[in-house]
Design a protein around this ligand. Sequence first.
Ligand SMILES: [Zn+2]
Length: 168
Amino acid sequence: MDTSKYRAKLRSDGGILLGERISCDGFAYGRPFRVQTHIHADHMVAFDTSKANQTILMSPETRALLCAIYNADLPYRPQVCAVSPDTTFVAEDEHIDLLPSNHMLGSVQVQVTLADGYRVGYSSDFFWPLEKVVEVDELVVDSTYGDPTRTRLYDQQVVEEGCDYQVR
Ligand SMILES: [Zn+2]
């Protein structure tokens, strides 16, 4: 399968590349921007490297959590930027929109509109239902609980009603 035509890519370290300038939840050489979708440890790969080399975009809530929990010097770093859900961040010729993903406080989905209008996105971890979803031509969907040994034999209604359930 020829994957070279895709403009959204998954790295072996878990980082996601969108377009030509943006990495998500990971560092990549030559990419001046990183989006931090949320603060769970499996999404914090190479954060310190990104702090020294990239402009890092995140929701205001994620920025506050990172400042409080992970690193006291973040409030003084101008390249660690909070982007509100109703704001489009212009990253040179690519445009970044962050939409809430309802996974945890401050978590976001990522939509990037490339210079030619083509749109790529990353769901990150998300929880259904979502008020808004990214609208893109290519989407990387996070595979939380994607392991076949973790198939849940119940539906959302059962969870919300607090009934007993069985995990295979
Ligand atoms: Zn998570």
